[in-house]
Design a protein around this ligand. Structure first.
Ligand code: NAP
Length: 254
């Protein structure tokens, strides 16, 4: 059975994606930020093959997560789902000196991508907020502070990272999925879609053999390839981002 790693699977879309893939007979390794959240993720996805732990707002903890994940790998698919929302009323500096939202949403997926062997498919859960993002390749937070803007910036940077990885490895599907506005903790109770709808395209991008699911370097929504933010197609901007990510993490992307 293909083995899949799903980050941020203790609730919301990650838990739903894990359950769906298990129902389709995938071997799913779930992730929680610590042991108790990993237990919650295991309980949320009965039949999961195991759980890995690690915080994405700490390089040291993300490195331990990568070690843990490597022991349970290799993976056919990695779904970078975990993310921090934009509801912080002020910037939060991590122990690594970065603002927390960009560290969790952009830098941690970079670090995991650099540390784990390359799977056959990668799905980055992005957001249409990326279209309002600033290509802040220096990873600096908005000044003055604006939480939703920081979130949008981090999702644009994540999309740029995904497109750069796709350009480096053209032999496998590496894509960004926008799940829609989904009723989760992050999406809130008034969101348009239940988690089952939000999980549909990410799961389809993992399991389908249709052309879009086999293509790479796309921004996908509702099983359709849509125009991506312009910065994702800008090799110079992407190179500046990757250089900055290598500088802050000390790890190089293959
Ligand atoms: N919901 C929407 O409307 C919507 C729209 C567009 C894009 N998205 C994207 O969809 C993905 C899933 O979001 P969701 O709506 O399911 O949100 P959610 O319910 O808030 O779940 C986010 C997950 O990320 C984990 N996480 C957050 N910070 C972390 C950290 N520092 N270390 C480790 N794990 C961390 C959370 O862990 P805990 O459970 O321990 O907190 C949780 O499992 C995200 O990438 C989000 O940006 C969502």
């Amino acid at each position: 059975m293909p083995r899949v790693l799903v980050t941020g699977a203790a609730q919301g879309l990650g838990a739903e994606i894990a359950r769906r893939l298990i129902a389709l007979d995938y071997e799913v390794v779930v992730h929680g930020r610590d042991a108790s959240r990993a237990d919650v993720a295991l309980a949320a996805a009965p039949g999961a093959a195991g759980a890995v732990t690690g915080r994405l707002d700490s390089f040291a903890s993300t490195r331990l997560l990568a070690d843990d994940a490597r022991r349970r790998g290799p993976y056919d698919v990695i779904i970078h789902n975990a993310a921090a929302g934009g509801d912080q009323s002020s910037p939060v500096l991590t122990e690594d000196g970065l603002e927390r939202i960009v560290q969790v949403n952009t830098v941690a997926p970079y670090l995991l991508s650099a540390l784990l062997s390359l799977p056959r498919r990668i799905v980055f859960i992005g957001s249409d907020s990326a279209f309002h993002g600033r290509p802040a390749v220096d990873l600096a937070p908005p000044e003055p502070w604006d939480g939703p803007q920081a979130y949008a910036d981090s999702k644009l940077l994540l999309t740029m990272l995904a497109f750069d990885l796709a350009a480096r490895h053209t032999d496998r599907p590496i894509n960004v999925v926008h799940p829609g506005w989904v009723r989760t903790r992050m999406g809130g109770p008034r969101a348009a879609l239940p988690t089952s709808d939000g999980a549909d395209t990410p799961v389809w991008m993992v399991t389908s053999d249709e052309a879009i699911a086999r293509r790479t370097g796309q921004y996908v929504h509702r099983r359709r390839s849509e125009a991506a933010p312009a910065a994702a197609h800008d090799p110079a901007l992407r190179a500046a981002l990757i250089a900055r990510l290598a500088e802050v993490t000390g790890e190089h992307l293959r």
